[in-house]
Design a protein around this ligand. Sequence first.
Ligand code: MSP
Length: 583
Amino acid sequence: MLVSKVKYIQALGVRCSSSHYVTTPIFYVNAAPHIGHLYSAVIADAHCRYQRLRHPERKVRLCTGTDEHGTKIQQAAAAHKVPVGQYCDEVSARYRDVFRAAGIEHDDFIRTTEQRHKQAVAHFWHRLQSRGHIYSAAYSGWYCVSDETFLTESQLRLDATSGTRYSLESGHPVEWTEETNYMFRLSQFQDDVRHWVQQEACIRPAKFQKILLDTLSEPLPDVSVSRPANRVHWAIPVPNDDTQTVYVWLDALINYLSSLGYPNEQYLADWPPAQQIIGKDILKFHGIYWPAFLLAAGLAPPQQLHVHSHWTVDGQKMSKSKHNVVDPVQAAQQYTMEGLRYFLLREGVAHSDGNYSHVKALRILNSELADTLGNLLSRACAKSLNPQQIYPEPHVEHLPHLLHDVDAAKRLQEALLQLEGRCEQHYEGNHFHLVADTAIAALHAANNFFECAKPWELKAGGSSPNPPRLQTIIAMTMDALRLCGIVLQPMMPQLTSRLLDKLNVPTSQRSWRHLQESFATTTTSTDGVHKNRQLDEQSSAHLFQRILEHQNKPAEQQQQQQSLSHVKRTQSKKERKTTTRMS
Ligand code: MSP
């Protein structure tokens, strides 16, 4: 009976919405944005950009914003001696600025202090109440202000010396609280929520589905959804009872609806979300409370939660007290914002925590963006090899010869033939690191082909001049750069746009279906001369500047850097030699 209700509600949601609605969590304004926050937003942005690229007919909508109510925001404003409203404005603006700089292409940036949101919360509350899911009760328990949640004894650790209890999960202190609250009948939704969680691919990666199912194997207690207004006054008042304010998590979760104009029926055009991106620390709120609230209000729960793990810094949890919080603006000064986006998506995996380290970032960005991608573009565009500055068409008689004579040409062709299918599969699962692996492997194959084909020997005045063969080599190399550029657009929109601009690829030819057009698929029908494309003189062929080892290097990493620098020096000497030989 319950199961069929869920199915019915979901069918309703799926029928109503033809759009692909994606959300990030809304970010607390008690502190400035750090790379962990940016990570949630970059995943959502890359996901949406891929959806637009792959399904240009689909309406894709991305919503992000800031979570501005509750005690900890009140306390943060007081600590800064700023009125709380002004404090929220300032920190919210910082999030907006960082997201703009990082190319997060959101359709809406919602703030929970906005009127449209307060109206949505009031409506949602009425709906829960009128359907009989809210009741008033005396409540007591351990409350964690930092996590804005009540915790049971089994979720706490007692520090015997101080007598203070701490949340086992987050490590934050809790306080004993006795008050009259409104309660939500969470216990009644246990079976419905379990059914939702059990659906295939509803919670990804699967390890987080298992965590939710473990929680759901114990009876769910009802949950408090209000606080006395005299304790928490920086919050939305409970409709018709101004002695109480709405629990900040209920308030915050409703942002996903208010962004769509809820309760105005227009929200149905996008509801339910196709994908909600969240960090693992907020799994319980999105994987248990949220579907229960929605089902109680008669709304479809989201189609999928994509849960990501956390960033540690040099192996340690990021925290203000450890002074190791990484500011994305500062990191972007070292790596560029595109470099930072690439590093986060290339190095982060959803199922386990990633370690953020300067050494690692430097190694990845230099080897993949500067040496593998950037260097190949510079070489293919070098005036000495390409005096006409063109993106040539392969010559029909040379292409089969090259594919036959040069093993590396065949390997490049195979890599390019697999690029589309593999990247599509990886993007569909938000496995950005695998997309990068696949594209970089194709670029390695292209570099290798370039080396083996020795184009510098074929130029006019060279030992065995053969301009048509030379042009074919450049054409094949540029095809590889173009296809990898198209594939990497969701991860690095600006850098790939500069790459495709340089190759003079029209915007209308940068979509997913254009991955099918290259020497790799069309080896016979080229006509040799007429489709040569002039390179764009205005765009630079230098895509990504190698980052120097000592550039803004954090002090504690100097030692590690010194031991690496010997290896790097030897490498770059070798590289200089190769580059001189080529040009
Ligand atoms: N305001 C709540 C979310 C409400 S959504 C209805 C909140 N805000 S938060 O600012 O603390 O976190 C926002 C996002 O940043 C979460 O997805 C969280 O997991 C993510 N991160 C915070 N620290 C992180 C790391 N160190 N690493 C990766 N992501 C992390 O929770």
